[in-house]
Design a protein around this ligand. Structure first.
Ligand code: GAL
Length: 417
């Protein structure tokens, strides 16, 4: 609800109210999809940070991994004229919203806090529409990880795979030990998450960029793409029969409790391990997705700001933007979320070995030109081709479609505008 700023009288009245949130508090309504155990712990930190700055939180949570449901809910709200203060929107979709003319300009806070000098230029560019900041970056997630239960490996006499060949060796051993080799949830975005890590492992970063960022027809229909689908088809045999529709965090839970050995997933999965009290290196392992150690598929979460007519709402939005970029928040949020801070100047010592590796690999891959945007997590291409590509991948995962047909369908889907 929109309320006028606090006057001295209002403050005095609020102090008498028995509620924990003052009745006249400034407020932001935030649309997000952080609803799993680890995610809920992370967003609770944002609420706390804001409360400490005098801004109340109105939760607009829409469950559904990777935010497909949230994106639909956001469209409905903006079209009906009731945009939230902020929404979890990433990558090229920020430009698409910019074209609708509904975004708030947060340059005042970004300039005062020197965001340009704190953010990698590529990240700053994603946060801007026509040169002005419209979104605040929260963190960096690495997508090309494999999460492994070492106790399962031990039982199976297997070792954590570094290459795709080693992956299949380990998977066979885990299967022979009577356990599920690959924890997976049959949802289009999870299929696409698996697909992009396999594509990177099969063809390397240059192929990935050409095919899945530049949507180059030759790369999309060439031999590396054919091999990607062949590899994906082999992987299906190591996923259990109940995977259809399973949420990602339930697949992670299968690795946590030793029912399954491995999961391809971004490092928000680590948030589930840590929320369950598990320690990296002993209870679970994070290894780069097989064959992708030198590359890094990035996924930068961000809060996109929408135009609000009232000055006090605009002010609250700026408090939100400033809170998100504060070093304290960037640290505590990523410690819970499994990600790493996106801005410079955040202490690194509290981060675990997986996060330390992510930081080092982000640096190395940026220098090597192998730091690539995640297709499955809305960072690589616009929403129309992305949706069409993900559709092909999901159809392939759920049918006996041949790799040859999949490649042809993919090249066609990439032309969707
Ligand atoms: C990603 C998002 C993460 C996490 C995950 C599962 O796209 O960037 O923050 O929420 O989806 O929903």
């Amino acid at each position: 609800m929109i309320r006028p700023p606090l006057s001295g009288l209002a403050l005095a009245t609020c102090a008498l109210l028995p509620t924990s949130t003052p009745a006249h508090a400034a407020q932001v309504e935030v649309l997000h999809y952080w609803t799993s155990g680890g995610e809920a712990r992370s967003i609770a930190e944002l609420k706390k940070t804001l409360a400490a700055r005098g801004v109340a939180w109105k939760d607009f949570a829409v469950a559904g991994g990777a935010g497909e449901n949230a994106a639909t809910a956001l469209k409905a709200r903006v079209m009906s004229g009731g945009a939230p203060s902020a929404a979890q929107v990433k990558g090229p979709a920020i430009q698409e919203w910019g074209q609708e003319g509904v975004l708030a300009n947060i340059d005042a806070v970004a300039k005062a806090e020197k965001w340009d000098s704190l953010l990698p230029p590529s990240v700053a560019a994603i946060m801007k529409y026509k040169g002005s900041y419209v979104a605040a970056p929260v963190n960096v997630h690495r997508v090309n990880w494999l999460w492994v239960n070492p106790a399962v490996l031990k039982k199976a006499g297997a070792k954590a795979p570094a290459t795709l060949d080693e992956f299949f060796v380990a998977a066979d051993k885990i299967k022979a030990a009577g356990l599920i080799p690959l924890a997976h949830g049959g949802q289009p975005w999870q299929d696409a998450t698996l697909f992009e890590s396999v594509a990177l492992g099969v063809g390397g970063a240059d192929f990935y960029k050409k095919a899945l960022v530049q949507l180059d027809p030759a790369a999309l229909s060439g031999p590396a793409m054919l091999k990607t689908f062949d590899t994906l088809a082999r992987m299906k045999a190591y996923i259990d029969r109940d995977a259809a529709g399973r949420d990602w965090n339930l697949a992670t839970a299968m690795v946590i409790n030793g029912k399954a050995g491995m999961q391809f997933m971004g490092d928000w999965a680590k948030g589930e391990f840590t929320a369950a009290g598990k320690k990296p290196g002993t209870d679970f392992l994070c290894v780069p997705a097989p064959g992708t150690a030198r590359a890094y598929t990035f996924n930068v979460d961000s809060m996109l700001m929408f135009q609000k007519p009232k000055a006090d709402d605009q002010k609250s939005q700026q408090v939100l933007a400033s809170a998100i970029m504060s070093p304290q928040f960037q640290e505590v949020f990523s410690l819970n979320k499994g990600s790493i801070p996106v801005r410079a100047g955040v202490a690194k010592d509290k981060f675990d070995s997986c996060a330390q590796q992510s930081m080092a690999d982000m640096d190395a891959s940026s220098k090597a030109g192998t730091f690539v945007p995640s297709l499955a997590h809305n960072m690589a291409v616009g929403s129309a081709p992305q949706g069409a590509i993900m559709d092909v991948i999901a159809r392939f995962m759920n049918s006996n479609m041949s790799s040859k047909d999949a490649v042809a369908a993919l090249a066609k889907a990439a032309r969707t505008r």
